[in-house]
Design a protein around this ligand. Sequence first.
Ligand code: ZN
Length: 349
Amino acid sequence: MEEKYDFARLEEKWRRRWEEADLYRCVEDEERPKKYILVMFPYPSGPAHMGHVANYNLGDVLARYLRRRGMNVLHPMGWDGFGLPAENAAIRSGVHPSKYTWGNIALLKEGLQRLGYSYDWSRELATCDPEYYRWTQWFFLKFYEKGLAYKALAWANWCPSCRTVLANEQVVGGRCERCDTLVEQKALSQWFLRITAYAERLLSDMDQLSGWPESVLTMQRNWIGRSEGCEVTFRVKETGQEIPIFTTRPDTLWGVTFFLLAPEHPLVDELTEGTPYREDVEAFRERLKGVSAIERTSLETEKDGVFLGVHAVNPVNGEEVPIWTANFVLMEYGTGAVMAVPAHDPMDL
Ligand SMILES: [Zn+2]
């Protein structure tokens, strides 16, 4: 006698039974210890594939294990449904991003449900749902009110043909992934969150992470990247503007021999407007097109820059030093202005 094991029929049967029994709904229960098992919300790009299985099996195994250990486990699922991939797909297919995204969510949900994961689907959310992102907006307003959200100039990958900003992943070999146009670096006014306000606390609280590998802790410390120093103000001799710089080495102020501005610093335009130096600045910026911030600051990249025709007055000794703009000075780091001390690394801002 040979009986075939009918996977499809049996899985369907039990999946239905679990669903009817509302087996994985998490309700408050003071008696049992709580556990929150949150897995990364998938981007709804289409039907479930093996990448989802590899990823979500782990979380599900953990959730099931902890339930067996008597814990009250909340294991939710949601969709990371906002973003450029939906926009790209919409452009490609001519389908509205909303229709495309919700269609994919339905497909992926069906796939994950067939896999029998123990999610509490009553808690499902989607980041593209106005009921969800109204809270993101609310958070943003709270950050803004507290001075933690601010606007600043920063480099961005810019496709002149699509007329849009591109994520690093969308730049392939220096070209736009959509249209193959050479990507430019453009200084754009962008929103930032002042995470540096928490650098000190993040660093000191890392002492509480016992049992973590030292390599991970070091990586985190470098990422937090708090540097101690002070702000010093130089004055432009010819025009009188004040330029603040941040230095970790105020003791080297006496050795300053020249002064540098990031190419996208607003003063570069202001100081060279209508002067013979403007042409050099334009040519210099042309050379920087298509060069990323990472390449610009790489040690292998040749240092490049032009004189702006003006001088900075050193506040400690009144000395006048020439002001240049240079490729390795970045607007988003420090104040976008650097004093150069030849005896020390000019990258030490
Ligand atoms: Zn493009």
